[in-house]
Ligand binder design. Structure first.
Ligand code: PMP
Length: 431
């Protein structure tokens, strides 16, 4: 497969755009480098690059593309929105309709607000929790990514419960000191942190099903415990459902798991591929937000009609009976095929899967927290990634990310992917 045009465009990009990319993970740093592929067109489960190569796509733009690329229903909604003018700076009927749809799908959202990204959504839930409780500290779980606002760019410490240090230059140490980090699925470490800092904690920030060190589910009773202990200390539970909402079911992970947070942050899927974020939760907490309350949040593009209409259309597609069951069936087939093939070639893999999302880890037995994922073999993953890309399979360029199926993947895509993996595993075992 040739990627001549991508190489030339990447050189050009490096002249104009810092690092050649507008989001760092696109630079293939996590897979030992290489030239990022410049995509030109998407259609259903497939992407086409500037050299004319076709890929089966499992990146799904890091999650938002759950109805496939250029789904006709979503495309029509975006075209209609463009024809009506894309921004008025006034309320529209579409926002009402979409807010009602979200509330119906996720009952813990008594009130919602739309913003423009997952980063903004999470950042604002933290502000609201601080305003409501009058406290400053936030507890998060190691390795969970919650966007790039100062407060959540905090490194996971190696101890069981750690006060944070900044994970990025430019984040003041004083801000990071307000963040406590504990390993996911570790009730003891969580309790120790709550015993020590519970009275200072405004909110506990949780990816109820982790998507940022691969797909990692909470262990039996873990989220219930987190809720109980957090509330005992009069702090709020905030679910970051930016990846998980509408990914596994029509609704959020909280619907699947039967545990309700006080506040929820949303993004990705709910924009049908256009930029969006949203947050919401209990009425009395949301009343902290301006214009009703003293916590400020605003946005020129917040609730813009194009993103909202794309989101409505996307959710309409996802409401079709059977779509999540089909992604589950294909996800199981893919996971089984990958495992069987790896085993045949003597390659050690572990697959974590929930419905249409999975992660393939190399050389590790089980992954239940960030350290487990971190200990998986990144060099093996990098080899696999580049091999798959060369076979026309587009994965996320990082051992920590998930593969995402869409409503448009079909059996032949899965068969082709397993065959590609089989030849890559064969190369890996002989090389
Ligand atoms: N929260 C989670 C769980 C995420 O995975 C992400 C993005 N990967 C974000 C927040 C930030 O969203 P955005 O990139 O839209 O700002």
């Amino acid at each position: 497969m040739t990627t001549k045009q991508s190489k030339a465009l990447y050189q050009e990009a490096e002249e104009h755009i810092l690092g050649g990319v507008n989001s760092p993970s696109r630079a293939y740093k996590g897979v030992g480098g290489g030239t990022p592929v410049f995509m030109e067109k998407g259609d259903g489960a497939h992407l086409f690059d500037v050299d004319g190569n076709r890929y089966i796509d499992y990146l799904a733009a890091y999650g938002p593309i759950v109805t496939g690329h250029a789904h006709p229903h979503v495309t029509k909604a975006i075209q209609a929105a463009a024809a009506d003018g894309v921004l008025y700076g006034t309320p529209t009927v579409h926002e009402n309709r979409f807010a009602a749809m979200l509330k119906e799908a996720i009952p813990s959202l008594e009130k919602v607000r739309f913003v423009n990204s997952g980063t903004e959504a999470v950042m604002t839930t933290i502000r609201v929790a601080r305003a409501y409780t009058g406290r400053n500290k936030v507890l998060k779980f190691s390795g969970c990514y919650h966007g790039h606002s100062d407060l959540v760019l905090v490194a996971a410490g190696s101890g069981p419960a750690t006060l944070g240090s900044p994970d990025s230059a430019g984040v003041p140490a004083a801000i990071a000191e307000d963040v406590i980090t504990v390993p996911f699925n570790d009730t003891k470490a969580f309790d120790a942190a709550m015993d020590r800092w519970g009275e200072e904690i405004a909110g506990v920030l949780v990816e109820p099903i982790v998507g940022n060190f691969g797909i990692v589910e909470p262990e039996e009773g873990f989220l219930e415990h987190v809720n109980r202990e957090t509330h005992k200390h009069d702090a709020l539970v905030i679910y970051d459902e930016v990846i998980t909402a509408f990914r596994f079911t029509y609704g959020a992970a909280q619907n699947l798991l039967g545990v309700e947070p006080d506040l929820t942050a949303l993004g990705k899927v709910i924009g049908g591929g256009l930029p969006i974020g949203a947050y919401g939760g209990r009425q009395d907490i949301m009343e902290q937000v301006a214009p009703l309350g003293p916590a400020y949040q605003a946005g020129t593009h917040a609730g813009n009609p194009a993103s909202i209409r794309a989101g409505i259309a996307c959710l309409e597609v996802l409401k079709t009976p059977g779509v999540y069951e089909e992604m589950d069936r294909l996800g199981a087939k893919l996971a089984d095929g990958l495992q069987t093939s790896a085993q045949k070639h003597g390659i050690s893999v572990t697959v974590n899967r929930l419905r249409g999302a999975l992660t393939l880890y190399f050389d590790t037995d089980s992954v239940r927290n960030y350290d487990d994922a971190d200990n998986s073999n990144g060099e093996r993953f990098a080899q696999f990634f580049h091999g798959m890309l060369n076979q026309g399979i587009n994965l996320a360029p990082s051992k920590y990310e998930a593969w995402f199926l869409t409503t448009e993947h079909v059996d032949s895509d899965i068969d082709e992917t397993i065959a590609a993996a089989d030849s890559v595993f064969a190369d890996m075992s002989s090389g």
